[in-house]
Every structure is written in C-alpha cells, then in structure tokens.
Write a new protein. Sequence first.
Length: 212
Amino acid sequence: MIIAILVNSGFNISFIDKPRLNIAISSLSLSSLIKARRSPNIIMNGIKTFITRMGTHSGRRRSDVFFESTVAKQIALIEAGLQKPIIKVGNLSSVRTFQDTRDAVRAYYLLAIESEKGKIDAGEAFNIAGEEAFKLPEVIDILLKFSKIKNIKIESDKSRFRPIDADYQMFDNSKIRSFIDWKPEISVKKMLEDLLNHWRKQIESNRIPLNR
C-alpha cells in the first residue's frame, strides 16, 4: 500500500485563502487536489493520502539559508576566527514556533502508521508544530549564550531581507495530538545547541561554509 504525504503551508486547519508565498500557493493547490480525491467520482488507485502543515523545524544539518542556522553558522565562524564578531541578520520582527526535526519526522512516521491502519480519512489535514514560540531576537540570545565569545554584535543587513516574509507563524497542534501519541520532546534550546555544534564540527573538519 502506498501512502502519500503532502506537505502544506498553513497556520491552522481552516487556513485556505490568501497565501502570500509561492510555496504556500503551490501547497494550497496540491491540498485542493488531495481533498478532491476523496470524491467517489475520482479513482484513488489504492493511494492513502493525508495533508500535513509543517511549522518551522530545525536542528543539525539545517541549511544556512534559514535564519537560525545562518546565525549559528556565523557564531561558529566567529569562534574559529574566520569572521569578525558581527552577526548579520535580516528581518527580526517575526514570531514563530520551533520544533526539532527529529520530533517532526516522528510525527510523520506515526501518522503514516495510523493511515496504513485506516484510522485517518483520506485528505485529513494536520498541523505538525512545536509548542515553544520565540521572537527572532530571542533565538539569537539563546545561541549567543552557548558561545564563549561575549563581544558579538548584531548588524542589520538589507540584502538579507525577503520581499515577502511571514511575520507571525503560530500553529495549533491539538488535532494531531488527538490522533496519535505524539508531542514535541526535544526542547528548542537543545535543538539550537545541536545546530551550533553541527557548524562547529563542520568548521573543525575544514568544511568551511560560504559566508552568506
């Protein structure tokens, strides 16, 4: 039996209109297709489907194009003497929930098992999200506390601002918790510490990342 998992962007289960980002537009379209397949007039071909809406998730090996990872990377570069003690950042006005990737993958796995058992209706939608919310400056403060370098400054860089940004990313994960025995178990502080240690190990192994 094939299980199709669709990743969709949204803040709550009823979020269906006015997507702002390209990924949200494409996700909304795919979500509509999946929901349409519940119709008895459309052949399912044995494919079981459900929709997941993923909140911000991070941890080791997170790409440095994402906020928390580029901050952690820059701290590691500063500690290694490869960057001046200045962290360059873009928009810091966003508020969002975070969760460790390992928790997110575990949610996918448990949903897939329940879907295979037939306990999840085709097209059912779930938010997968952490329960700890932070302003982005708070994320920087947490990462800086893990560093022995105490004179690091924060500098706004216009080139790092996105044309469109989601300033408020909060999710309700109560539905998924009612379907499966799941909740985020790895703290955001542990997630960020692991991320910083990942970049430290990369640099120690002479795999110097791009300064971006």
